[in-house]
Design a protein around this ligand. Structure first.
Ligand code: FES
Ligand code: FES
Length: 158
């Protein structure tokens, strides 16, 4: 199958690659080494493959790589650093919102996009926001606790 040129950025770094038209963004990101973007259902059901595309959350398994032309992709690793975690990442650790961790990259990305739009959400709104992200371990309570705490911290500018 013919390949097409694609230029895009991931976590601030520019990439120029050639991809087949049927390659998904998920497969491309993982092949470039961004294995923090998890492959779950690959059908749009679980949300663990979520990344930000120009600030908007997308399921990368349902996004063709070529749709990223000229766009800026942010994975969970692009949100903070080991030395300085993003407040959402910090809260997930602090509140025990991570067990096996498989859902965590997508949860954190979804939470980031959500809090950017709604910095002072109710717990119900948080539950609604993460309803497309499945977690088989935590029962969601601690995830909601973490997002609520991160929102507070972000509002206070800490
Ligand atoms: S792997 Fe993309 S939604 Fe499940
Ligand atoms: S922590 Fe295991 S799937 Fe969510």
């Amino acid at each position: 199958m013919k390949k097409y040129p694609l230029e895009f950025k991931v976590n601030g770094k520019k990439y120029s690659v050639e991809v087949k038209p049927n390659m998904t963004l998920l497969r491309l990101l993982r092949s470039l080494g961004f294995t923090e973007v998890k492959s779950g259902c690959e059908k749009g059901d679980c949300g663990t493959c979520a990344v930000l595309m120009d600030g908007e959350p997308v399921n990368s398994c349902l996004t063709l790589a070529l749709q990223a032309q000229g766009k800026e992709i942010t994975t969970v690793k692009g949100l903070g650093t080991i030395e300085k975690l993003h407040p959402i990442q910090e809260a997930f650790v602090k509140y025990g919102a991570i067990q096996c961790g498989f859902c965590t990259p997508g949860m954190v990305i979804t939470a980031k996009a959500f809090l950017d739009k709604n910095p002072n959400p109710t717990r119900e709104e948080i539950r609604e926001a993460i309803s497309g992200n499945l977690c088989r371990c935590t029962g969601y309570q601690k995830i909601v606790d973490a997002i609520e705490a991160a929102a507070k911290k972000m509002r206070e500018g800490r």
